[in-house]
Design a protein around this ligand. Structure first.
Ligand SMILES: Cc1cc2nc3c(=O)[nH]c(=O)nc-3n(C[C@H](O)[C@H](O)[C@H](O)COP(=O)(O)OP(=O)(O)OC[C@H]3O[C@@H](n4cnc5c(N)ncnc54)[C@H](O)[C@@H]3O)c2cc1C
Length: 383
């Protein structure tokens, strides 16, 4: 039998690709290898599970057996890939077994970035980037009355809002002067802050966490500006770093992520990269919509029709019911200015280029309904 297409991972990128490819090829062998349990879940549901009354177990949509049957694939679970032998077209497993591939797709995701912190509690700071992380965090919430969230980006704000719905005293700490600082201009950031504050969330902005110390009741956070905070649990959400080590060891080019061209092919022919681990055409976009576009394009390529990846403007919904928000940031490095308009129950921020053309936006509250119409006016990110 010919070697299968091998997908490294069973996250959203891997499973979406497998589904798209199976639509085009119903019989060629397919193997997915993952170091986790392989159950299918939608990662975005982790940060609004409390509000939706979902336990970690309820977040799993399909078991690995169901996925294997649906995809007509073999799925190897709890099986870490430790190397790629590109010359022999084989992946190497932790037990030194080797598995041959016809073509290999790396969809191994990203690691949460951990800030350096002092103190005997620093090692107990949690981060959530998969269902297992979330299960551990959720188990610790049972007796928790307060949680400190480090990082007021998209993920940190979503978790803070979700915790606040359970009447957990929640603090958000970030060095920037307003939350979502890379996605919102100042006026929008202020309105967003007010919305979250109304749920009881406390902001510690313009500072960072210097140390975490254990106390009899939980933890004491020492902030760089001298303030002190206490919390029963601490969640770090300060960003992700694409997992590039495997690719790098195999001689595949990497920059911030695994470098891939618009066919999603890496520097080694026959090896592709997608999802949170990949830097495609210079862009790292760790969101669901880019993954959908990548999966459709790569599925066609793998099925024999080389297909160049295109990205339209792709707004991201921030799951903060305390201040519903949709962002569509301008392409990195774009020159322009923000123009903000406050309206009843919301705010519309448009990012305009030098010729007055719309290049990005942020919509809060009542203005979020305009998201689709505005996105249609924005030039494609990859035409
Ligand atoms: C809390 C949270 C909320 C989010 N909300 C949104 C949202 O609302 N909208 C949005 O657009 N995006 C959101 N995102 C981002 C989005 O969920 C991710 O971009 C997407 O899920 C990434 O999928 P992935 O398959 O690339 O990575 P992952 O889902 O991380 O999958 C990586 C896979 O690789 C496997 N793996 C890694 N290393 C190895 C190895 N050495 N050997 C074997 N297997 C390995 C892992 O086990 C896993 O199966 C959110 C992210 C988080 C964390």
């Amino acid at each position: 039998m010919s070697a299968p297409i091998v997908i490294l991972g069973t996250g959203l990128a891997a499973y979406t690709l497998a589904r798209e490819w199976r639509k085009l090829d119903s019989s060629s062998p397919l193997l997915l290898v993952t170091r986790d349990g392989g159950g299918f879940y939608a990662k975005p549901t982790l940060s609004n599970a409390l509000a939706n009354n979902k336990t970690p177990a309820q977040l799993q949509i399909k078991s690995v057996e169901q996925m294997a049957a649906e995809l007509k694939a073999e799925i190897r679970t709890h099986c870490a890939v430790t190397g790629i032998d590109a010359q022999r077209r084989q992946i190497i497993l932790a037990n030194d077994d080797r598995l041959a591939y016809d073509r290999l797709v790396i969809a191994c995701g990203a690691d949460p970035f951990r800030p350096p912190m002092e103190g005997d509690g620093a090692g107990e700071v949690q981060s959530i980037n998969d269902l297992d992380d979330y299960s551990r965090f959720h188990a610790g919430l049972e007796n928790a009355k307060s949680v400190a969230v480090i990082g007021a980006g998209l993920i940190g704000c979503e978790f803070a809002n979700d915790l606040a719905t359970r009447q957990i005293n929640t603090s958000l700490i970030d060095p920037a002067p307003w939350p979502l600082s890379r996605l919102l201009p100042e006026a929008a950031g202020e309105q967003f802050t007010a919305g979250l504050q109304a749920t009881g969330i406390k902001f510690c902005l313009g500072t960072s966490v210097k140390g975490v110390h254990k106390t009899a009741a939980g933890y004491r956070l020492e902030l760089a500006d001298g303030r002190q905070l206490s919390a029963d649990r601490i969640l770090s959400a300060i960003g992700l770093r694409p997992r590039t080590a495997l690719a790098q060891a195999a001689g595949i080019a990497r920059q911030r992520g695994i470098v891939a061209n618009r066919l999603l092919e890496t520097s080694i022919p026959g090896i592709y990269a997608m999802g949170d681990c990949a830097e495609i055409a210079g862009l790292i976009l760790p969101y669901v919509l880019p993954i959908m576009h990548q999966a459709r394009a790569l599925a066609r390529t793998l099925a024999g029709t080389p297909t160049t990846l295109g990205y339209p403007a792709m707004p991201v919904v921030v799951k903060t019911p305390a201040c519903p928000t949709v962002v569509c940031p301008p392409a990195p490095g774009t020159e322009g200015t923000w123009q903000c308009l406050s309206v009843t129950g919301g705010l519309e921020a448009r990012f305009l280029g030098q010729a007055g053309d719309l290049l990005g936006f942020a919509l809060l509250g009542s203005t979020t309904v305009q998201s689709k119409a505005l996105a249609a006016q924005i030039p494609a990110l990859l035409a």
